[in-house]
Design a protein around this ligand. Structure first.
Ligand code: F0G
Length: 482
């Protein structure tokens, strides 16, 4: 972010880019929003985009591309094998991460598929700071288990701890002693820890974890999907790195892991994904699976146009003025909500602003999905589409009971370079109205529930007529406005 001093006292994040292509948005009247919500089974994944005003569902595959990225797509070299586009991307990854080997995949979970099919044996346990939905599912479908070692303070919703994504080193040592290194295929660090509010991991912590893995001969793995935000926080929150370039910080991180993978739907303002490593043995073990599941070795399921855009997007990720817009807008949104007394995850992280539904909806039993109810209610009163990250995002326990999540969050993602300040202010204003009227919101129950990753396709219903009551109050307060 440019270091601008304002004449007034205000601090307003300032974008160092301008908008050159726009998409028209629609804001439906609340009656139509209620109809779409019912049609979508109260699941925002099932809403049609044309019924959404501000799409804050995710930052995945929806970040705005730059003029340079769009231009690069025109020079994509279309070929099944040996495309120049692949070599440009491979060279860029080597330049940035200093890794020799690259396996392209069609997205992040495809990289997880390859890694886990090769590394997991039934009965193994993967240790990690915290799971991500698909990363856990790929361990368990291969017969493995996941153990989370996040520091206890990482799960405290409101805090001023700067690196809430860190692994608890004592828990890590204890788990290795208890399980034995042979039962631990790898230790996974997810930078920018998604499910606890986009919270960063410190390099100090990565160093300790990496040293312990080396000592025990365990593979260290980094899920770098949310690396861009993490890099920014390493720079501004970790003293050692405040004068280092983003490239130097990236190379420091990369040197600490045997294996890194990423969703390029998040990293690099693109689409696709991949695995990078300096370990020839791991590369050889995994490479045969790429043509089987993804596509030939020089595209891995990505289109060459996406790959060209990614090459430029990775370069832009090394520019602090490009990666700071997301975290700065998120910080602004979090501070504005905090000022209004609205429970929100602090400190602000990356990815998005996370409302603490555990508190926001504390009158709803957790079994009636507090975060799901908040997500549905916010769409109803604003047209803003967020994502439930709570109990609905957890699959049931083997005995059929709900696995109550540690955190009940409504994630409002801020895709990079997409929304304007006035759109953020609109969202804050509607959230404030909803907070004042939260007692009108009731719970949800499943009417159609898939067994795996139920949050994607599951359908729910309101436990009573609370949506109609909320709509009536909206009309009373806003008249016939949208
Ligand atoms: N790892 C992390 C940390 C992620 O956030 C995601 C995706 C993946 C892996 C899987 O990557 O979607 O390309 O297959 N997160 C998206 C989200 C879905 O909305 O948070 P993918």
């Amino acid at each position: 972010m440019a270091n601008i001093k304002y004449y007034s006292e205000d601090t307003i994040p300032l974008e160092m880019h301008k908008v050159r292509i726009i998409q028209k948005l629609l804001l439906l009247p609340i009656e139509e929003r209620l109809r779409s919500l019912r049609e979508a089974g109260f699941n925002t994944f099932l809403l049609k985009n044309r019924d959404v005003f501000l799409d804050m569902l995710t930052d995945s595959g929806v970040n705005a591309m730059s003029d340079r990225q769009q231009a690069a797509m025109l020079i994509a070299d279309d070929s099944y094998a040996g495309s120049e586009t692949f070599y440009r991307l491979e060279d860029k990854l080597t330049e940035i991460f200093q890794t020799k080997y690259f396996l392209p995949t069609h997205q992040g979970r495809a990289a997880e598929h390859i890694i886990n099919s090769v590394l997991i044996k039934p009965g193994d346990t993967v240790l990690m700071n915290y799971h991500f939905t698909t990363s856990k599912a790929h361990v368990t479908v291969n017969g493995g288990m996941v153990e989370e070692l996040i520091i206890d303070a990482g799960l405290v919703e409101e805090s001023d701890l700067l690196f809430k994504g860190d692994i608890d080193i004592d828990k890590l040592k204890e788990a290795i002693t208890r399980l034995g290194a042979a039962k631990i295929p790898y230790v996974r660090i997810e930078v920018g820890t998604n499910l606890i509010g986009g919270q960063p991991v410190s390099i100090a912590n990565m160093r300790e974890v990496s040293a312990i893995c080396k000592e025990h001969g365990i593979i260290s793995l980094c899920d770098a999907s949310l690396l861009a935000d993490n890099l920014y926080f390493n720079k501004i929150r970790e003293d050692e790195f405040k004068d280092k370039s983003i490239l130097e910080i990236t190379q420091t991180i990369s040197s600490l892991f045997d294996l890194l993978y990423f969703s390029a739907r998040k990293l690099g303002y693109g689409r696709g994904g991949g695995i990078i490593t300096n370990n020839e043995r791991l590369f050889d073990m995994m490479k045969e699976l790429i043509p089987l599941y993804e596509g030939f070795m020089t595209y891995g399921g990505m289109s060459v146009r996406e790959m060209e855009a990614l090459t430029i997007g990775l370069d832009e990720t090394m520019d602090e003025d490009m990666i700071n817009q997301g975290p700065q807008f998120i910080a602004y949104m979090v501070e504005e909500l905090k000022k209004r007394g609205i429970p929100v995850i602090t400190p602000p992280g990356g990815l998005g602003c996370h409302l603490n539904a555990m508190k926001f909806m504390d009158h709803i039993p957790q079994e009636e999905y507090r975060a799901g109810a908040l997500t549905a209610a916010l769409y109803l009163c604003s047209g803003v589409r967020g994502m439930e990250r709570g109990t609905i995002s957890e699959d049931r326990n083997p005995d059929g009971s709900d696995h109550l999540a540690n955190m009940e969050l409504l994630r409002l993602a801020l895709p990079r370079r997409v929304f304007t300040m006035s759109q953020v202010k609109y969202a804050v204003d509607r959230i404030a109205w909803l907070y004042a009227n939260r007692h009108l919101v009731g719970g949800l129950r499943f009417v159609e529930e898939p067994k795996v990753l139920r949050f994607f396709l599951g359908r729910l219903d309101a436990v009573n007529d609370w949506p109609e009551q909320l709509m009536a109050k909206f009309r009373e307060d806003f008249g016939d406005s949208l």
